[in-house]
Design a protein around this ligand. Structure first.
Ligand code: NAP
Length: 529
């Protein structure tokens, strides 16, 4: 039963008089439940509870926090079909996709639990004292990562579970030892409520403090902006559009104490199609690219929004195959009326500049909130003059840039802004012939993919999901995988601290048995002083 209230720590609260309903892309009607927008008093209460919780939560051991994260995963699974049905109803995404996303969400939580149990993630480093060093003795310096304080999480519409309430941002911020306040997404507030309930249950079962997690509803920007401006909030994670991420980033810089906003934003993920590879399997490649463009109605930050190829007979054959494949694509359901209106308006106005033309489109007429797949084409020389043509159009859209020769190809690759990914379809001979174009694009991406589509992001130790601006506000970090935790920590060094004061991770006896860098060498040895 959906209650529509806010989670202020362990308490449910609905003091406001503004409420909203959410829309179902399946019934094309508002869902009946009303969600009460948080008031500024409730926001204040959530932040104060997070501040109090921080002093307790940061001292919980890695094993205790791991138990909390595992309990969240268990509680999410325990909701069962109600969660799947609600997420499907609010997003219009098919059951298989939502079930997969739930698995990704719980796996992610358990992955961070394992990282905490291993304990090495704190990057403990010890330079023991050298009292006899000449000409000056060396003091004892020990350093490790510690949490920063309350983190605010903004969630994306297109991943109601995996980039939402208990998604990678929340999981990594909690793992690092920070309380989290989620600004729920108005496109899936019921899903948020169910998952928030699971997090609260898990916190209570594992003895976590009241305030370690809160979730606030809002139908407009006021609550989100007030959270970013609140002096006790120490960091912000955002997944969504460029406009949203950049405006929250700018807002955070107006504070007396500016704070980081780790915004993962849109991307067009250029796919470079080199001639040898096209020739090898033209039809197969065209089919792969067409289906990646339409996957999830193109509503992925890793959608292949730009294709790049060299003029020539291989590309001509590829264009014909791509056109035939795109013509057959079935328009898929999009998330919301606003998203489809935006998509329709942008795919229409895109052709008004006279530089681009339509290469391919689905022959199946879109019905009921579905987005028609479209591929446009532009000359490389025109693109170099107008690189803004590569702005993200959120939906099943892609732009093929056709380049006249290697020099133009390199100029096109150099014209891209920061991207989450770039893909290179190539043979060994292609890599040799076009290595400079590949190296140019490597400079602006977080992940370089060989012979694979950008859609599909593995969660693990080596993933980088974040690229130079404007793909992310800080390309040094990732929002997916183990290293996502590094966004919500800061290093602290202890100089000549008594052993009893030091955190376990830095104590002489290494009671946690973790890997530490002692005088630059990784070891689990104890320190004798
Ligand atoms: P969105 O419209 O930017 O919304 C994200 C959240 O931020 C919502 O809760 C929204 O509130 C809030 N928000 C947006 N602008 C704001 C502002 N100026 N002040 C305060 N709050 C603001 O994005 P979306 O539609 O949810 O997600 C789709 C976009 O996300 C696409 O561009 C996609 O490429 C990108 N995306 C990126 C990644 C990645 O990892 N890089 C992953 C998934 C999606 P309201 O809903 O109340 O407007």
């Amino acid at each position: 039963m959906i209650h529509g209230k806010n989670n202020i720590g362990f308490s449910l609260s609905a003091k406001g008089d503004v409420s909203f309903q959410t829309f179902s892309p399946i019934t094309l009607e508002q869902l009946p439940e009303k969600f009460v927008q948080a008031t500024t008093d409730e926001l204040e209460e959530a932040v104060q509870k997070a501040v109090s919780a921080y002093s307790v939560y940061k001292k919980k051991s890695g094993k205790e926090r791991a138990a909390f994260l595992r309990a969240i995963a268990d509680e999410i699974e325990a909701i069962g079909s109600e969660l799947i049905e609600r997420a499907c109803a609010e997003s219009g995404l098919p059951e298989g996709r939502i079930t997969g996303e739930r698995g990704r969400t719980t796996n992610q939580l358990r992955m961070f639990a394992k990282v905490l149990e291993d304990g090495d993630w704190v990057e403990a480093s010890i330079d023991p004292a050298m009292p006899d060093r000449k000409p000056l003795p060396r003091t004892d310096i020990r350093k490790m990562l510690q949490p920063v304080g309350p983190v605010v999480v903004f969630t994306a519409s297109n991943f109601p579970l995996a980039f939402s309430t208990a998604g990678g941002d929340t999981a990594s911020a909690l793992a690092a030892g920070n309380p989290v306040i989620v600004k729920s997404h108005p496109y899936h507030p019921g899903t948020n409520e169910l998952v928030s309930g699971a997090i609260i249950k898990a916190a209570q079962k594992t003895g976590m403090p009241d305030g370690v997690f809160s979730s606030l509803n809002a139908a407009d920007f006021t609550i989100g902006q007030a959270l970013v401006l609140h002096p006790k909030v120490k960091s912000v994670a955002f997944t969504g559009s460029f406009n949203g991420g950049k405006s929250l980033y700018d807002l955070a810089q107006t504070r007396k104490e500016p704070i980081p906003v780790f915004a993962e934003m849109g991307s067009v993920n250029p796919v470079l199609l080199l001639p040898g590879k096209i020739k090898e399997n033209t039809a197969g490649l065209a089919a792969t690219i067409a289906s990646s463009i339409n996957l999830g109605a193109g509503q992925f930050c890793t959608n292949p929004g730009v294709l790049v190829a060299l003029k020539g007979e291989e590309t001509e054959a590829f264009k014909s195959e791509l056109t035939a494949n795109v013509a057959k694509l079935m328009p898929e359901k999009m998330l919301h009326q606003n998203i489809i209106s935006n998509y329709e308006q942008k795919t229409k106005s895109f052709f008004e500049n006279g530089l681009v033309s339509k290469l391919a489109e689905s022959e199946n007429e879109p019905v009921q909130l579905t987005g028609k797949p479209v591929v446009a084409i532009v000359k490389g020389s025109d693109f170099v003059q107008h690189p803004d043509l590569a702005e993200e159009i959120f939906g099943p859209f892609s732009l093929l840039i056709e380049c006249d020769g290697k020099a133009e190809l390199e100029a096109v690759m150099a014209a891209f802004d920061g991207q989450l990914t770039a893909s290179v379809y190539c043979t060994a001979a292609d890599v040799e012939a076009y290595s400079s174009a590949i190296e140019i694009v490597q400079e602006v991406v977080g992940r370089l993919i060989f012979n694979g589509v950008p859609t599909g992001v593995e969660v693990g130790y080596s993933m980088q999901h974040g690229g130079p601006f404007p793909a992310s506000t800080d390309g040094r970090f990732t929002s997916v995988g183990v290293d996502a935790i590094k966004r919500f920590v800061r290093p602290v060094a202890f100089q000549d601290a008594p052993d009893a004061y030091l955190p376990d991770e830095l104590k002489d006896a290494n009671p946690l048995g973790i890997w530490r860098r002692v005088d630059g060498k990784l070891t689990k040895d104890v320190i004798n002083r």
